[in-house]
Design a protein around this ligand. Structure first.
Ligand SMILES: [Zn+2]
Length: 648
């Protein structure tokens, strides 16, 4: 490995005026540069094929610089004005990017390039680029292009309306105060009794999730479940019907058999029919394990309700929690004492540093966008590799979930990769699930940094197919579930490491229900696929049929789940991707020795062959390079079938 050690990370400004100027230069000025370069390339196209590609690459690199900075700052900057400025820059970037991909002259220029003289990298850039801009319809006749533009605009509006419908639909359930039995004290305190002697529980997540998990009153749980699965009904049924019809037309105009074929073309899975086959394959693999754990739930339900003959989803979350408490003896309060934030952050850096041969140096006095943010330079043998920012605590106006953002996409000899983790963890003790999230998100960040030394912007960072992107992160989660790893940093106040037996029980509790959960996931994936592939006249009836085929829990009469299934917006027919990448992650993990997860022979090979490669090859080839064979579902199926280890 050689490093261009003369490259330096960006210097960030230190005051609001500085930020505004800096954003203008990173975004607006760069967008002007894109316009100039596009015009230059069209006016004087180089005769040499490689030079045409280089010109295109320069345009893409600058466009990406603008979009990375705007995307991150719109989510994290503490000053509202700066966030607003970044949002405007983001919209401008996305408009320009659409214009470039629909530019017929650029398309003609690229399609005339003689690919036979190109090396493998340039050849892949060319064929991927041509495919992507054809997918926008650039090579269609004028009237088709007009219609495609109109469809795209309409789809965007309908997607926004669909998700707004879900956000705005907050239903209320009126309950007797006694029906809060079983819920944590802070939940009860947050739901005071009204003048009418009733308490209100809403369908918002902070209400509905704890309620379905802990409320002991079965009738109240059923009422909340009914309300939850009637959000955005009936209005979203009509919105969805229109959206599905437009997507079908969209795909047909581009010459595809249907939307799933169009959407799958640029993913690992490749074809729509392969989604249907994958769903059935996983459903079969999950059958036995799912029925085994489902029987445990039903048995436990019968202890409380001897007359019960079946269990549905108004009761499953609650009884899964009961079973976890009773059979696995995991006390979340005790677990937390081992996960002090500062020790966890240090442990994460130590573990991933050893795994990937990296060292992270805190940059003293580095300017960041907020005092909570820590900047680290990432070194590998041979020199500076990039810079990362850890922005891990909540604050007002900040992004609410957990995600990795790019700041700079690295390019060999031009710019160092830089990225940020943006999360919302507490400052003191963490829940173990937060620790898992931290490892997961860090998987994206390290992928971004390690894949930051390509010549082509297109290959830089997490630039692989969308249904592979989660696999490296799902893989890294495994390190947060093994006691040999956790014991190196998870210590309580007295310095005592977390007991191995406790970690085993935590893992077993986490794995309980994995089979029936997989079946529920395949029900969702089937809704996402079949509604797009062959839409019925009555969406509720179609969803009900799919639930009886795939879920191990029966349909609840009077519910309309599809109206609030938000993933139908952004994921369209590709909800399967979560499970797909988990299958690949389990296969990748099979190359590691569970008894020695820190074996660097394997982890360095994984680093070089999968992560550092970025988007330079198809994900299937990266995985095959590492495993020495094509990926398969064997490891996943073994994991799914294994009974969760019951510890006494
Ligand atoms: Zn992720």
């Amino acid at each position: 490995m050689t490093h261009a050690t003369d490259l330096v990370p960006l210097e960030l400004p230190s005051d609001p005026t500085g930020w505004s100027d800096w954003l203008r230069s990173r975004c607006d000025d760069n967008l002007d540069l894109v316009r100039t370069r596009v015009a230059d390339l069209k006016r004087q196209p180089p005769s040499e094929p490689h030079a045409v590609l280089s010109g295109w690459n320069d345009i893409m690199a600058v466009l990406r610089s603008a979009s990375s900075v705007a995307g991150l700052m719109s989510q994290v900057h503490p000053e509202e004005e700066i966030r607003t400025q970044a949002e405007a820059a983001q919209q401008e970037t996305s408009r320009l990017s659409t214009d470039v991909s629909l530019d017929r002259e650029l398309y003609d220029l690229l399609s005339r390039v003689d690919a036979s003289t190109l090396d493998a990298g340039a050849d892949k850039v060319l064929s991927d680029t041509l495919r992507d801009i054809r997918r926008a319809g650039v090579d269609k006749d004028e009237s088709t292009r007009t219609r495609l533009r109109a469809i795209s605009d309409e789809e965007t509006l309908l997607e926004q309306e669909f998700s707004k419908g879900i956000r705005d639909s907050v239903l209320e359930v009126s309950l007797d105060p006694s029906q809060l039995g079983g819920l944590p004290l802070d939940f009860v305190a947050g739901h005071p009794t009204g003048d009418d002697g009733r308490v209100i529980v809403t369908t918002d997540y902070p209400d509905a999730y704890p309620f379905l998990s802990f409320a002991a009153d079965a009738a109240a749980r059923r009422d909340v479940m009914l309300a939850f699965n009637n959000r955005a009904w009936p209005q979203n049924d009509a919105v969805l019907t229109q959206l599905l019809a437009l997507r079908a037309e969209h795909a047909r105009l581009l010459g595809f058999d249907g939307w799933p074929d169009y959407d799958a073309e640029i993913k690992m899975i490749g074809r729509g029919a392969a989604i249907a086959a994958f769903i059935d394959e996983i459903a079969t693999a999950a059958e036995e394990s799912g029925r085994r754990d489902r029987a445990v739930l039903l048995d436990r339900l019968k202890v409380d309700h001897p007359e019960a003959t079946d269990i549905d989803r108004a009761d499953t979350t609650y009884y899964a929690e009961v079973v976890r408490r009773e059979r696995f003896d995991v006390d979340a309060q005790q677990v937390r004492t081992y996960f002090d934030f500062a020790k966890v952050r240090a442990g994460l850096l130590d573990v991933t540093g050893r795994l990937f041969g990296l060292s992270y140096t805190l940059v003293p006095g580095a300017t960041t966008w907020h005092e909570d943010v820590a900047a680290y330079d990432v070194h590998a043998e041979g020199g500076l590799l990039g810079r990362i920012y850890l922005d891990l605590h909540p604050r007002e106006g900040k992004y609410k979930h957990a995600a990795q953002f790019d700041l700079v996409a690295g390019m060999r000899g031009r710019q160092l990769p830089e990225g940020a983790l943006v999360c919302n963890f507490p400052r003191g003790l963490m829940e173990h699930r937060d620790v898992v999230t931290l490892f997961h998100e860090f998987g994206h960040l390290v992928h971004h940094v390690l894949a930051g030394r390509h010549d082509w912007s297109r290959f830089s960072g997490v630039a692989t197919e969308w249904d592979f992107v989660e696999a490296p992160s799902q893989l890294l989660e495994e390190w947060a579930w093994h006691s040999d790893v956790l014991r190196t940093f998870a210590t309580d106040e007295s310095g005592e490491p977390i007991p191995a037996a406790l970690v085993d029980r935590m893992r077993a509790a986490n794995e309980f229900g994995k089979g029936y959960q997989a079946r529920t996931q395949m029900f969702y994936a089937a809704v996402s696929y079949w509604l797009h592939h062959r839409r019925g006249d009555d969406l509720t009836a179609q969803v009900r049929d799919l639930q009886s085929t795939y879920d191990l829990f029966p349909f609840i009469e009077g519910t309309h789940f599809h109206a609030s299934f938000g993933h139908l917006g952004g994921y369209s027919s590709a909800y399967y991707t979560y499970m797909w990448s988990l299958v690949v992650a389990k296969d990748l993990f099979s190359a590691f020795d569970p008894a020695d997860l820190m074996d660097t022979e394997v982890s360095h090979r994984y680093r070089d062959q999968v992560l550092a490669a970025g988007g330079s090859k198809d994900a299937a080839d990266l995985v095959a390079d590492f495993l020495g064979r094509p990926y398969n579902a064997d490891a996943f199926n073994r994991w799914l079938a294994a009974a969760p280890g019951l510890a006494g």
